[in-house]
Design a protein around this ligand. Structure first.
Ligand code: PLP
Length: 360
């Protein structure tokens, strides 16, 4: 019997992925030229399917990178002359902030306790920040920043570019792209694909800023700058030899998600998260880490345990159910459970039943 991965990335492959990988091998997709018409067609359909899935407006470009981590660097290089502001409430938002400092700009942070979010009015933006960075879903702690707070910052600071990390919440998250300037993700989380592909949504405001920086002679990235990525994407290509297989798989999985319907995926996600939260909340050995209900992630469920996480993980592992440990300092106290589109209601109910009968 195979294991079932509820780990928050990499995770269980999307349930159609294996079939698509087999077809890709049969069609020799990994051997085709990234300058060929076949590749251009794959690229074009991947972009179209994604655009349909998340309802992305025409003033946004869809670009492919190596990872979400790469996009952090590209955002700073392309969109910031002097200063960025980072809402930091966990390990991933922290890494983006650290990276901005490494790139020698004036990066500022608003630090929030793990498991907490700020509300719009608490977000005091002082000085001139050209980019404000939010993490919609902190995969490290299972906390999810309400979108209204992000939008309210945009309203108060219309000149700043707003970038939103949706790595572990898209396509569940329902973004209003008129109220942000960039969003990005990696495919090994909710899309259930092998790691090694980042997807970057950017609007024309971000592109204009990058072109302005380029014209001033600033360094905006070597092989991947925003203008170079956009220029190539207009030809349905990338500057370098990209992860062709993964772009092919993304095209297929985005199509499958469109066929299933995002409404259905969202409803299922909500049902499954309620099952998991209820089970953990009522279990004597677990407490939910995020106390405020409206901040609880629907896609990454995190619980504190008075057993050690290792005991829980081993116990579940014996039943071929794999969940994540806590992240960083929380390694031993937390378990993290991915609730991604590939995880079926039946699989989640099985995990919940197993958790219920778990004893010390
Ligand atoms: C996983 C993750 C990342 C990093 O993704 P990579 O593919 O490793 O670059 C960034 N942000 C969040 C919220 C994540 O969960």
């Amino acid at each position: 019997m195979k294991s079932l991965y509820f780990t928050p990335g990499p995770s269980q492959l999307y349930f159609t992925a294996e079939e698509h990988i087999k077809t890709a091998l049969k069609e020799q997709i990994p051997s085709i030229s990234h300058r060929s018409a076949t590749f251009q067609s794959i690229f074009q359909h991947a972009v179209e399917n994604l655009r349909t899935l998340v309802n992305l407006p025409d003033n946004f470009h869809i670009l492919f990178t190596a990872s979400a981590t790469e996009i952090w660097e590209r955002l700073i290089q392309n969109c910031v002359d002097n200063s960025s502001l980072h809402l930091v409430n966990g390990a991933f938002s922290q890494r983006f902030y650290d990276m901005a400092k490494m790139l020698n700009i004036n990066a500022d942070e608003i630090r929030i306790d793990p498991g907490h979010c700020v509300t719009g009015d608490d977000i005091k933006v002082e000085g001139h920040h050209e980019l404000i960075a939010f993490t919609h879903n902190e995969t490290s702690t299972g906390v999810s920043q309400p979108l209204e707070d992000i939008y309210s910052v945009r309203e108060k600071h219309p000149d700043a570019l707003i970038a939103v990390d949706v790595v572990s919440s898209i396509p569940y998250v329902n973004l209003d792209f008129d109220k942000i300037d960039s969003a990005y993700f990696s495919v090994q989380k909710c899309f259930g694909l092998p790691a090694g592909l980042g997807v970057w949504f950017v609007n024309d405001r971000c592109l204009a800023k990058a072109e302005e920086r380029l014209a001033k002679g600033q360094v905006i990235g070597s092989y991947h700058s925003l203008p170079s990525l956009v220029k190539q994407s207009k030809k349905n290509q990338t500057p370098e030899t990209p992860n062709v297989l993964n772009i092919y798989l993304l095209r297929k999985v985005a199509e499958d998600m469109n066929t299933k319907g995002l409404d259905m995926i969202r409803r299922e996600t909500e049902y499954k998260s309620a099952v998991l939260y209820n089970t953990l909340e009522n279990h004597p050995d677990f407490d939910l880490f995020v106390k405020e209900q409206s901040w609880r992630s629907k896609t990454v469920i995190v619980a504190e345990t008075n057993l050690t996480s290792q005991r829980v993980i081993e116990n579940l592992q014996n039943k071929k159910l794999l969940v994540g440990s806590g992240y960083g300092n929380f390694k031993d106290q937390h378990i993290r459970i991915a609730n991604f589109p590939t995880h079926s209601k039946e699989q989640v109910e099985m995990l919940a039943d197993t958790l219920e009968t778990l004893t010390d």
